[in-house]
Design a protein around this ligand. Structure first.
Ligand SMILES: Nc1ncnc2c1ncn2[C@@H]1O[C@H](COP(=O)(O)OP(=O)(O)OP(=O)(O)O)[C@@H](O)[C@H]1O
Length: 246
């Protein structure tokens, strides 16, 4: 198993505010790795640092054995941000075509990939509509389709299923699992525990720190609890206790 994403003692502060504290993570290739944690715990900042959009204050990040940031790496990464970066004046189809052209896909491949990605997220019947008329969930789906367009080796998905109905959520997860079987590496942030269950490895983040990590089964065994939600609460409680003692 090779390591696809490696974070070594990454910390990040915005001014005096410390947002990430000494995070070390390694994500093996072909894994679904979940970052779970409450709102504001630092997940998005961590993902942006892995993409290279934000720089760590201290520490190192490597993706595919290459130091981040690196422009060439972006061809191998599909990044779905939490805030949709779409052109509202363009239709869904035009948005997809624009992003496909950035990846320099040839016309035939472009056509196939756009059809695949739009179908996957259930947007095929809505591609001629301007994005300004899309619902929030449709915009999320279009963002996911864009992240998948260039068939990237690595997917970084920041809360990909927020605002998406249960049926489509299920098919998106089926596709994420299929992509994993193809050997893709997928890092996903979520605060939905049943999605966390589907990950191979988890890192539980709270207040910019990893409070526990392991497979869902390992975590549940370690804490002697059957639900990940309770594991999270217990791990957080132990962290508070540790903090009090030290
Ligand atoms: N550019 C910035 N300048 C100052 N503070 C920032 C900046 N970006 C993020 N933060 C702060 O860092 C903290 C972590 O934010 P982040 O978005 O990474 O959390 P999150 O776990 O992804 O939350 P959510 O699930 O709500 O997206 C928050 O307190 C946020 O206000």
């Amino acid at each position: 198993m090779t390591i696809t994403i490696l974070l070594d003692q990454v910390s990040k502060s915005f001014g005096k505010k410390s947002v990430l504290n000494n995070i070390s993570i390694s994500v093996d290739s072909g894994q679904i790795f979940g970052l779970i944690g409450p709102s504001g715990s630092g997940k998005t900042t961590l993902v942006k640092i892995i993409v290279g959009m934000d720089l760590p204050s201290t520490g190192q990040v490597q993706v595919l054995n290459t130091k981040v940031p690196n422009l060439k790496l972006l061809q191998k990464i599909g990044y779905m941000a939490q805030a949709d970066a779409l052109y509202n004046d363009l239709t869904g189809q035009e948005n997809l075509a624009f992003f496909a052209s950035l990846y320099k896909l040839n016309k035939d491949v472009q056509k196939k990939r756009i059809a695949y990605a739009a179908n996957l997220v259930g947007l095929t019947p809505h591609l001629t509509m301007k994005v300004q008329n899309y619902s929030g969930g449709m915009k999320r789906r279009l963002s996911l389709a864009i992240a998948l367009l260039h068939d990237p080796q690595i997917l970084l998905l920041d809360e990909p299923t927020v605002g998406i109905d249960p049926e489509l959520r299920k098919s998106i997860w089926a596709e994420i699992t299929r992509l994993k079987r193809e050997g893709k590496t997928i890092l996903i942030t979520t605060h939905v525990m049943d999605e966390a269950e589907k990950c191979d490895q988890l890192a539980m983040v709270r207040d910019g720190e990893i409070i526990s990590s392991g497979s869902p089964l390992e975590l549940k065994k370690h804490y002697g609890i059957n639900s990940l939600e309770e594991v999270f609460l217990k791990a957080g409680g132990e962290k508070d206790e540790n903090n009090r003692i030290s």
